[in-house]
Design a protein around this ligand. Structure first.
Ligand code: ADP
Length: 422
């Protein structure tokens, strides 16, 4: 068994995001939750395996150890011909990591001197020009990402963001070169190698630039970046396994809930829009900090009382930046985040036990917490609801999940998700 691409994703929504782009481009993709054990067999007839970690905001040493364990499994058990380190298209990291530290570790393990990073996802309006990242045409540090509760992005120059996280020099592969095609790209990469540049940020303005990069980088043993280049690699190399995305139907007795722990600008809009149409329950962070079984039971009872509504009930911690700032000042950043995640984790377990079988989750870390808690081992990839957000299915128990990264989807995402296969 030899797969075309082995992906190590630093969060769960990022994993479904790249799986979705590859699947929509014709590849058969399987998603594993957490580091596979040596006993885990890579399914036959698979083009790509995506391993979902929750390693974005943990200590760098732990993120490195988990990523290296994934690399070993992908090499030995799946015989992956190319490895891809997938992180967020908004380059979510802090000076403490983990994009740089994991990249350096994978480079040494794979044995390469230079790594090309392509974070851009032009399909979702994340573009890179002169190594500066833009979201919807606005610099990253003015896009709302400067208010992220865990990894506020306060600089759009990815060379400066990455430099403190890595050992070698960071350079840039510019748009003009990329638009000239493979020979020009190879020439500039060779020149950067001569200058001692070991991390290269690739510019990308349009999906056509991704195609040029996929062509030029087809033989690189290791790549890093967002889901855009993953999709372009799938487009560039035909499937050897057969079918791509599946169409799923919801469970016959569908019991759905929406859980939102993302505080991104788009999720705030989505939650506001959904609150106009569906039953909604705002988490009280003070009670999450002093979490007890009674609070979980109270929320779960409320969900169950609304589970037969036309639209699934929403439980949310999502708040605008000024409220998040107050909460963080009162309880501490890490403590507040951890308490909210713990509340969603325990709620998900309770709801699963009471028959809820369809979970729409907003937020990368939040999705990671929920999926781990549901004890899902692998996921099948369905067609996308919005670019980068597919329905996915746990084949063992038929649970349906939609895992949405912070800024993905349009304002009606939660409704669109529920209309999907009906
Ligand atoms: P995104 O995909 O937008 O980055 P994440 O789920 O990855 O969303 O991250 C959001 C983080 O913010 C989570 O750790 C979550 O627990 C935390 N959070 C959500 N709501 C609140 C809140 N009201 N107060 C403090 N932290 C919060």
């Amino acid at each position: 068994m030899s797969i075309q691409l082995g992906v190590i994703a630093d969060d769960f929504t990022g994993a479904t995001d790249i799986a979705s782009f590859m699947s929509d481009n014709g590849w058969k993709v399987v998603q594993f939750i957490g580091v596979p054990s040596p006993e885990n067999v890579c399914p036959a007839d698979t083009d790509a395996v995506v391993i979902s970690l929750k390693s974005r905001s943990i200590p760098a040493a732990d993120a490195v150890a988990q990523s290296l364990a994934c690399l070993q499994w992908l090499k030995e058990s799946a015989q992956a011909r190319q490895i891809y380190f997938k992180y967020c298209s908004t380059f979510d990291s802090t000076p403490a990591g983990n994009i740089g530290q994991v990249s350096d570790a994978l480079m040494s393990a794979v044995g390469v001197q230079q790594l090309i990073h392509c974070p851009a996802l032009p399909q979702n309006k994340r573009t890179v020009v002169h190594a500066h990242l833009f979201v919807n045409g606005v610099l990253l540090n003015q896009s709302g990402m400067e208010n992220h509760p865990l990894n506020p992005m306060r600089d759009a120059d990815l060379r400066r963001v990455l430099a403190p996280q890595v050992h070698g020099a960071v350079g840039s592969l510019n748009l003009e070169t990329i638009q000239q095609g493979t020979p020009a790209i190879h020439q500039q990469l060779a020149a950067l190698t001569t200058q001692g540049v070991s991390h290269v940020i690739a510019d990308t303005l349009t999906p056509a630039d991704l195609v040029s990069l996929a062509d030029a980088l087809a033989d690189q043993p290791l790549l890093a970046g967002g889901s855009g280049l993953g999709g372009a690699l799938a487009k560039h190399r035909p499937s050897v396994a057969g079918s791509g995305a599946k169409v799923f139907t919801f469970p016959a007795e569908k019991k759905a809930v929406v859980l939102s722990g993302s505080c991104s600008a788009m999720t705030n809009r989505q939650v506001n829009a959904y609150c106009q149409r569906a039953a909604h329950f705002a988490l009280d962070v003070g009670r999450c900090i002093n979490l007890d079984a009674a609070y979980i039971r109270e929320i779960a009872d409320w969900v169950l009382a609304h589970v037969s509504d036309d639209l699934a009930p929403l439980v949310y911690a999502t708040q605008p930046p000024e409220i998040i700032r107050d909460i963080q000042q009162k309880y501490g950043e890490q403590q507040a985040s951890a308490a909210v995640e713990e509340t969603f984790a325990r709620l998900a377990t309770d709801l699963l036990g009471r028959g809820v079988n369809t979970f729409i989750v907003a937020g990368g870390e939040t999705s990671g917490t929920v999926v781990k808690q549901l004890d899902v081992q692998t996921l099948e990839i369905g067609k996308s609801i919005a670019p980068g957000v597919p329905w996915v299915r746990d084949p063992q128990r038929g649970l349906m999940l939609a895992l949405k990264s912070g800024n993905f989807g349009n304002e009606d995402f939660f409704v669109t998700a529920q209309e999907y296969t009906e």
